[in-house]
Write a protein that binds this ligand. Structure first.
Ligand code: SAM
Length: 173
């Protein structure tokens, strides 16, 4: 039996206050104490992984040594404007590879994950499937995200590095 304790990641949400608070998955995560939510850029931990859909580098198991993962909870209409503004901070910008959203707003759309899906995908790829399941369990559609993406997520979690992730992604697109 594997008795090794899984590394739990610290989850942070920089909240740009652009969403409907009733539908915001980041706010719900914070209510359940599953992530820390703030609205000041300065509060993003230095050196954190920043999940950035426009990043050049893909997240991979090679990023496993990091402690902190940050999501920018903003409207999809402003991502092209907001993410470049964060380049001056010393963060590790990482894009998630091909995965399909399972949330009611963007169901079936590739790459366009909401905040909790993005965290769950990152946790799975970094090797903590349990923490991914834990955060998704607060949403009634949450388990669907892992079901529809099971195969790619398993493959991505076994990748060596970012290049390997891109190679695997090519098998799914
Ligand atoms: C644009 S916000 C939308 C949040 C949504 N309003 C909610 O309630 O969850 C989603 C965030 O998740 C992360 N994200 C989503 N898809 C991603 C991808 N393909 N690659 C990297 N990060 C991604 C980014 O930090 C992105 O800003």
């Amino acid at each position: 039996m594997d008795t090794q304790k899984l590394k739990k990641y610290h989850l942070h949400i920089y909240h740009a206050r652009q969403c409907d608070p009733k539908k915001c998955t980041g706010k719900k995560m914070a209510r359940f104490d599953l992530a820390r939510l703030f609205d000041k850029v300065q509060k993003i931990p230095r050196g954190s992984i920043l999940l950035d859909p426009m990043a050049e580098k893909a997240l991979s198991p090679a990023d496993r040594n990091e402690q902190n993962i940050t999501v920018l909870d903003c409207s999809w209409e402003t991502v092209e404007e907001v993410f470049p503004q964060l380049l001056r901070l010393q963060l590790k910008h990482r894009a998630l590879p091909y995965l399909v959203a399972a949330n009611p707003v963007n169901f079936g759309r590739p790459f366009k994950l909401n905040s909790v899906e993005a965290f769950a995908a990152a946790l799975y790829i970094l090797g903590n499937k349990e923490q991914a399941e834990e955060i998704l369990s607060k949403f009634n559609w949450g388990h669907t995200f892992l079901e529809v993406n099971k195969e790619p997520l398993e493959d991505y979690s076994k990748a060596k590095d970012s290049k390997d992730i891109i190679r695997i992604q090519g098998e799914y697109i």
